[in-house]
Write a protein that binds this ligand. Structure first.
Ligand SMILES: C[S@@+](CC[C@H](N)C(=O)[O-])C[C@H]1O[C@@H](n2cnc3c(N)ncnc32)[C@H](O)[C@@H]1O
Length: 221
């Protein structure tokens, strides 16, 4: 059983990955003009993320196919029933996680996105894939939208929004992560404070870099 291979999901994902492969943040002239150091500084900024992602509102910025499949596998292997995602965009990672919930027998995926047009697109893609019933998209800044009414016991957290906020978002979700919960952080290298926190055994995690872009961590207690 692999819902990713079923017609509606497979068709939506094929189309979205094709679109994603054609798109690049560098198609935005204001970003392409920046030096490499300026681009990195913007990715790491806690004050400029809103402006950065507003410029990127028409770019999918999706996880790679490998990371997407990894998300499905991890959610299946820990029999996840409750997942939180920071950074929905067009919903490519969301579709993989929701497919895993479907194949696990159901559950709830809470995801967050502040660009209204991306919320509309992700809603449409999840609906086309017949997976919308498993997903709640909270529109707004995750620092607010994940600050209350979280599910009591979370099995898996995907961090894929503004890199500078990874530790802040982890702190919001952490009290509700169950022992053994998995955290997948995409491009976490941009957030030094997150990497330092997750690597410190005193904070209760075991963490390894995984594949090309992912930091994979397990909450031990
Ligand atoms: C890298 S993309 C997410 C890609 C998505 N996970 C996927 O693989 O299809 C990051 C998204 O997070 C959103 N975002 C960034 N910071 C956010 C914040 N503080 N609150 C809510 N959404 C945020 C951006 O608008 C962008 O669409």
């Amino acid at each position: 059983m692999n819902t990713l291979l079923n017609a509606p999901v497979h068709q939506v994902l094929s189309r979205l990955f094709a679109e994603s492969e054609q798109a690049s943040p560098m198609q935005i002239p204001a970003l392409a003009r920046l030096s490499k150091a300026e681009q990195t500084a913007m990715m790491q900024s806690k004050s400029e993320y809103r402006e950065l992602y507003a410029q990127l509102k028409d770019v999918p910025l999706a996880v790679s196919k490998d990371t997407a499949n990894l998300l499905y596998m991890l959610a299946r292997s820990c029999n996840a029933r409750c997942i939180v995602e920071f950074g929905t965009s067009y919903g490519i990672s969301t579709l993989h996680l929701a497919a895993a919930l479907r194949d696990n027998g159901g559950g709830r995926l809470l995801t967050t996105e502040f660009e209204a047009s991306k919320v509309r697109k992700a809603t449409q893609h999840l609906s086309q894939a017949n997976l919308l019933d498993l997903v709640e998209i909270r529109e707004g800044d995750a620092l607010q939208s994940l600050s209350s009414n979280l599910p009591a016991q979370i099995d898996l957290l995907l961090l894929d929004g503004a890199k500078a906020l990874y530790l802040d978002v982890l702190h919001l979700v952490q009290p509700n992560l169950r022992a053994g919960a998995l955290i997948v952080a995409d491009n976490a290298d941009y957030c030094a404070e997150y990497m330092a926190y997750i690597a410190n055994p005193a904070n209760g995690y075991l963490s390894v870099p995984f594949a090309e872009d992912v930091e994979l961590s397990c909450k031990l207690v």
